[in-house]
Design a protein around this ligand. Structure first.
Ligand code: GLN
Length: 473
């Protein structure tokens, strides 16, 4: 496993002419080649990456500063539309799809000199918590090849921990950045909903989809948020970034109130994780934080709400893949209807079909009121309860998942068991609040992490506290 320098240091060295972007890209590409066993990467963008690297090296030679990420290679989850290679979302139905434009997040990273070198594996269309739902392959946990790296951004998390590139980006609709970050052992930030543009990212559930960085340090995640955040005319749900930016953080925890969410510490939580969190809570107390027990009784309903609303939005978003416009198309069809149905039947995997069926069911006229509408009402209650909680505490703290990384195959034949592993991550998505995973321990040779949450638009404050926790580890 390679340990890269901090990305601030790398880009400084590139801008000073001490490091070559071409060398950095080549190094990342050869590490990717050598990491085959882990199945973290679907494809590389070699030609374009090297072209961009050459342009950056030449510009530096002529005295230009190429930005805060000059020459820094990175890996994008394969649901980000990218130039220079296919975007598949790890689904057979998108095989062969070359995006006509790039995602806004990648455009912003590139505008600061970063270079996308590869596309990471994921659960197809980001549906899952282990990468076992990828139509192509299962990514392996960097600490134990018999275990999952988490999901759906499992390839992105494994890439960072294996050191294939200095950072990666992922998406989080119900936990897909935070849970793989916890299982694999890196920082994973899900910002406030709307803070990073969703334009050019394959849509899953549009009302909870978020984009975020996966890094080795909180400081690097802050820099990447600073670069990717802000309004974008291509996504009308985007919001302004914090006027102070996200680079200089206030990591003083003295007098800050941290709520321990009672519902996040029930009997399903692994005692090992509980013990590691207790240790960190004690350190936070010693550092001057005020620890408060808090209850949000609505939280156990969040999983049910998510698994109604998410498939409802998925069923709508996946309707565009009909074999006519992009990706796979069934060639032997006798008419248009057969082309639609066979392209979808053969192109979609099992989990995508399951979500299309559940989503269509909860949106159908006979069941809309009983399921979809009711779930929306409970969602509003979740939003309100978080809002209330953040009137009395600065942060909420809890585990990311009930267990450490589970074994490959352990839950893949039981969708309900897989859905249950999302029980602690979905609520922040439903409420649109920011949340971050910070690794705090290693137990059983696997990472243990905590999840820290803050009120909407308090990403800067959240990152400051996360930095403090990182220091206390
Ligand atoms: N594991 C959750 C699901 O399967 C979350 C996925 C995500 O955040 N993309 O829906």
């Amino acid at each position: 496993m390679k340990t890269w320098d901090n990305i601030v240091k790398i880009s400084r060295s590139v801008n000073d002419g001490k490091l070559s972007a071409v060398d950095l890209v080549n190094e990342s590409l050869s590490l990717i080649d050598a990491s085959h066993d882990y199945n973290a990467i679907i494809s590389t963008i070699k030609k374009r990456a090297l072209e961009r690297a050459k342009i950056i090296d030449n510009a530096v030679k002529s005295g230009k500063n190429m930005g805060r990420l000059a020459g820094v290679p990175f890996i994008a989850k394969d649901n980000f539309l990218t130039f220079g290679g296919e975007t598949t979302a790890a689904s057979n139905i998108l095989k062969g799809f070359n995006a006509p434009y790039q995602s806004s997040a990648i455009e912003k990273l590139e505008s600061e000199g970063a270079i996308c070198v590869a596309k990471a594996n994921l659960d197809a269309f980001a549906h899952g918590a282990s990468t076992e739902n990828s139509d192509f392959m299962i990514t392996k946990n960097p600490h134990d090849k018999d275990r999952v790296p988490g999901g759906s951004s499992g390839g992105s998390a494994a890439s960072v921990v294996l050191g294939l590139a200095p950072f990666s980006i992922g998406t989080d609709t119900g936990g897909s950045i935070r849970q793989p970050a916890a299982f694999s052992g890196c920082i994973g930030l899900k910002p406030t909903y709307g803070l990073i543009s969703r334009s050019g990212v394959v849509a899953m559930a549009s009302s909870t989809d978020c984009i975020g960085p996966m890094t080795r340090t909180v400081g690097e995640a802050s820099l990447l948020l600073d670069i990717m955040s802000g309004r974008d005319s291509l996504d009308s749900t985007t919001i302004d970034k914090d006027s102070l930016g996200y680079i200089t953080l206030d990591s003083d925890i003295k007098g800050k109130k941290i709520g321990l969410v009672k519902e996040y510490f029930d009997e399903s939580l692994s005692p090992d994780i509980k013990a590691s969190i207790d240790d960190m809570v004690n350190k936070l107390k010693t550092a001057g934080a005020e620890i408060i027990d808090i209850s949000l009784p609505i939280l156990p309903s969040a999983l049910a709400v998510y698994y109604i609303l998410c498939p409802a939005e998925v069923s709508s978003n996946l309707s565009r893949y009909d074999g006519q416009r992009f990706g796979y198309s069934y060639k032997a069809a006798n008419d248009l209807n057969e082309s639609y149905s066979e392209s979808r039947a053969l192109g979609f995997g099992k989990e995508a079909k399951r979500r299309i069926i559940i989503g269509t069911y909860v949106l159908s006229s006979g069941y809309y009121d009983a399921y979809y509408k009711k779930a929306q009402l409970v969602r509003t209650k979740i939003v309100n309860d978080f809002h209330k909680a953040f009137k009395s505490v600065d942060f909420l703290l809890g585990p990311v998942a009930p267990t450490q990384a589970f074994k490959i195959g352990e839950k893949s034949n039981d969708p309900l068991a897989m859905y249950l592993s999302d029980v602690l991550t979905v609520a922040p998505n439903l409420a649109g609040i920011p949340a971050i995973t910070i690794p705090i321990d290693i137990k059983n040779n696997l990472p243990v992490a905590i999840q820290l949450m803050a009120a909407q638009k308090n990403d800067r404050k959240l990152l400051g506290a996360a930095k403090k926790i990182e220091e206390l580890v």
